[in-house]
Design a protein around this ligand. Structure first.
Ligand code: DHB
Length: 389
């Protein structure tokens, strides 16, 4: 069989691309190794930039984010046991939205179903072939065990940080940075402890207090990459989190039953270029950011917005040279976001080897950001997201 665009990966990047192509009148097929249920129940990030919200609503995916998401007009930066409000609305006139990635995924999967999209979850034996030819191919076996070969004009690899499509980008240069820590993430049954997210630097390490609903909260604390979740019974988690948040204002977290514990990987990665022949990469397949600053999902959505535009030019106006612009346009945002995520990470985390000088310098940096309109404005701009082009 054949289609116009073959997309590997049915997460937010792949599904949003398929949706945007549909709006432009371009047919696509999306495949994913995971079942819809598996994706729906994998907890990921929770913060959408202003333009990610606009994209969901204005492209016609769904306006559920506006009804069920929570607008956040800022964050609290907490250090030295004191909270400092970074007021996004006051500084840059923008907000972010608390709306879990699992909900973004559900909205996108439902929109593709609604619009008659061809999305195959739970496939096996996927591969991409002939990526430099005019008719590259997408091979897979569907959930019923039937083997398929779909010939396409263009293939897109949106298959996440352990991408297999990326391996077909011959001659790629890969940029890496590892960090000597990870995040321990929990979900708990408790009311919110504060109206906004709290990004905390403490001598015991970083902690982030996020939210999900009125009754479920998401929290993270810096841990070792080798940390074993079984070493952390509920009491130990709560006393560690409380200790990291403690300060002269007497702030305490509202505790509750913890029903999910995971250690999150932590690294920075970029693959360049994001294209080889008629194969283009999008989202985590091309770049990973550390989670501090919640840029990963937002970057993936920004990628596919550019990609949909480029593909529309290339396919409908039959101008293949349009594909040449993709890497440069996407990477401009990617490297800004790489810096932002690295900066938020290094400003807030503790490193075992740091000297007394490093620790004081870090506090000086936080003071300079929180205490200066210019410093706080940079944070607000990056966090709410640079406008989509
Ligand atoms: C969440 C995750 C992040 O990495 C972040 O910076 C903010 C919020 C979250 O899961 O809610």
């Amino acid at each position: 069989s054949s289609t116009t665009v073959g997309i590997v990966g049915g997460g937010p990047a792949g599904l949003m691309l398929s949706h945007l192509l549909h709006v432009a009148g371009i047919e696509s097929v999306v495949i994913d190794l995971r079942t819809r249920d598996e994706i729906e129940h994998t907890h990921r990030a929770g913060i959408l930039e202003r333009d990610s919200v606009r994209l969901l609503v204005e492209s016609g995916v769904s306006d559920r984010v506006l009804r069920e998401g929570h607008e956040h007009s800022g964050i609290d930066l907490r250090f030295g046991g004191v909270s400092h409000r970074i007021d996004f609305q006051g500084l840059v006139g923008a907000s972010t939205w608390l709306y879990p990635q699992t909900d973004v995924f559900v909205d996108l999967a439902d929109a593709r179903l609604r619009d008659g999209g061809d999305v195959r979850f739970g496939v096996t034996e996927t591969s991409v072939v002939d990526v430099t030819s005019d008719r590259p191919g997408l091979l897979f076996t569907d959930a019923d065990g039937v083997a398929h070969e779909v010939r396409c004009d263009v293939l897109v690899g949106a298959d996440g940080s352990r991408s297999m499509t990326r391996l077909s980008v011959a001659g790629r240069k890969e940029y890496f940075r590892q960090y000597p820590f990870a995040w321990f993430g929990i979900l708990c049954e408790a009311p919110p402890s504060a109206p906004l997210l709290i990004y905390t630097r403490s001598d015991r390490g970083f902690a982030l207090i996020s939210q999900r609903t009125d009754r479920v909260q998401r929290m993270y604390f810096q841990c070792s990459p080798e940390e074993a979740v079984d070493d952390w019974p509920e009491d130990r988690i709560w006393s560690e989190l409380q200790a990291r948040l403690a300060g002269e204002d007497g702030f305490t977290l509202k505790e509750g039953r913890i029903f999910e514990k995971t250690v999150l990987p932590f690294r920075s990665y970029v693959c360049e270029p994001m294209r080889h022949g008629n194969l283009l990469l999008a989202g985590d397949a091309a770049h990973t950011v550390p989670p501090t600053g919640a840029k990963g999902l937002n970057l993936a959505l920004a990628d596919v917005r550019v990609l949909a535009e480029v593909l529309e030019r290339a396919l409908r106006k039959n101008d293949r040279s349009a594909l040449d612009d993709y890497t440069e346009r996407a990477l401009a945002r990617v490297w800004r976001a790489q810096h932002f995520s690295y900066w938020m990470t290094t400003m807030l985390h503790s490193i075992e080897e740091s000297s007394d000088f490093d620790v004081r310098r870090q506090l000086g940096e936080l003071d300079a950001v929180a205490g200066s309109r210019a410093g706080a404005t940079y944070l607000a701009e990056g966090y709410t997201g640079w406008p989509h082009g």
